[in-house]
Write a protein that binds this ligand. Structure first.
Ligand code: FDA
Length: 392
């Protein structure tokens, strides 16, 4: 029987940060993972360049049934703490946009940094190991991992959530939470493209690969970013962001002219160039293909002077308040994150420890805290992992 002070299940972003922090405190740490490699999601993140944090990270960038829960952990290990670690390892990075920090080279720079830190902190990582059974004992926990009995004082569940099952995502963390009497708040795919199967599908297909700057709104939330048409529907950063606020059956509203008052712009164009066709006017702000397809699908393209004020009003509304009811999302198969998870009301916001079971911790994506697109999800993994690492 091997005994550890701390066993962390899950060698992803949150688990590795927790192991580093606990190891640096002198705790004897073992990290278990069923995968053949640690940090697979880190490697595939940010298109292979890992958007490892966001300079403007604030609690407002996170979604949770309890929006206050994330504040303590985020404040005690900030984006600047992680940036200092990246700097310490001499990893080159840049801001892509909106405070999003990406590696200049490869996401593996971040994983190598974490594994080096784990090594320096004396934390041991054991891969290809499934945990079969967990029991609470008087001193802590007893588990069966890879047919070997292990015991520990503190047990940290850092097994992530349901997005990208082909990467080894499982509901294991939820099962452990339930086993120890925790509630799981209903889960759904977040940061995920929308599928369109209605009459709009041919337009999405025809424009597949084209993107346009927009504001997209749903359920009181608005994002200013590009949308991207795909063969299956719509995607792009603005859509991924709004998908986290969308529920089945909800309508989303897209403003295709976010910098303009569409009505006054069209009225100006009408008086400035009365003989120009609407399609020509629209090609000034959209690609030619987009302008043509929008006209074919929505309007009769005729010279501007022939539009009545009521007709122009309709054109303006279509362009600035385009309403779409997505048929669904692409689901966990392509979602970057899972919304919902272990109920934060049953965890300490300071330490991430269960309020029900002494010594049991939940960190990272398995918890009901989900970040926006832009490095916020890793921020949560680093901060929650650090909070637990300080306490275990
Ligand atoms: P994570 O999923 O990283 O790790 C969980 C670990 O637990 C895995 O190693 C898994 O193998 C292991 N595990 C699961 N079940 C187990 C079991 N039963 N037994 C043992 N081990 C088990 N975020 C961001 O901020 N910036 C970005 O650029 C991106 N990019 C991105 C791209 C793509 C394609 C995806 C899918 C996601 C992102 N994300 C992101 C989100 C980010 O990857 C995610 O929020 C974190 O990886 C969550 O970290 P965790 O450590 O909680 O789980």
């Amino acid at each position: 029987m091997s005994h550890y002070d701390v066993i962390v299940i899950g060698a992803g972003a949150a688990g590795l940060m927790c192991a580093i922090t606990a190891g640096n405190r002198g705790r004897n740490v073992l990290v278990l993972d069923h995968a053949n490699k640690a940090g697979k999601k880190i490697l595939m993140s940010g298109g292979g360049r890992c958007n490892f944090t966001n300079m403007y990270s604030e609690p407002e960038n996170f979604i949770s049934h309890n929006p206050h829960f994330c504040k303590s952990a985020l404040a005690r290990y900030t984006q600047w703490d992680f940036i200092a670690l990246v700097d310490k390892h001499g990893i080159p990075y840049h801001e892509k946009k909106l405070g999003q920090l990406f590696c200049d080279n490869k996401a593996s720079d971040i994983l190598t940094m974490l594994l080096t830190e784990c090594d320096d902190a004396g934390a041991k990582i054991q891969l290809n190991t499934s945990v079969e059974q967990i029991e609470k004992t008087e001193q802590g926990f007893a588990l069966n991992a890879g047919n070997k009995p292990l015991t520990c004082e503190s047990l940290v569940i850092a097994t992530g959530a349901l997005s990208i099952p082909t990467m080894g995502a499982t509901g294991f963390g939820y099962d452990v939470a339930r086993q120890f009497g925790h509630s799981i708040l209903s889960t759904r795919a977040g940061l995920v493209p929308f599928v369109i199967t209605n009459q709009l599908k041919p337009l999405c297909e025809a424009l597949s690969g084209s993107s346009v700057d927009t504001t997209v709104s749903c359920n009181g939330q608005t994002f200013r970013e590009n949308i991207l048409f795909t063969h299956r529907g719509i995607s792009g950063p603005a859509i991924l962001q709004i998908s986290s606020y969308w529920r089945e059956g909800d309508e989303i509203e897209i403003n295709l002219l976010p910098d303009f008052n569409a009505e006054s712009w069209l009225a100006e164009e009408q008086s400035g160039r009365p003989n120009a066709e609407l399609r020509t006017v629209l090609s000034d702000v959209f690609t030619k293909k987009m302008a043509t397809l929008f006209c074919e699908n929505w309007f009769e393209s005729k010279p501007m002077k022939q539009y009545t004020p009521a007709e122009l009003e309709k054109v303006a509304a279509q362009l600035s308040e385009w309403k779409i009811t997505p048929s669904g999302t692409e689901g966990y198969r392509t979602a970057e994150v899972t919304i919902g998870g272990v109920d934060t009301n049953e965890l300490s916001s300071k330490t991430m420890m269960s309020k029900k079971v002494e010594g049991l911790y939940f960190i990272g994506e398995v918890v009901d805290v989900t970040g926006w697109l832009g490095g916020f999800n890793f921020s949560w993994s680093w901060s929650s992992g650090h909070a637990a690492g300080e306490s275990v």
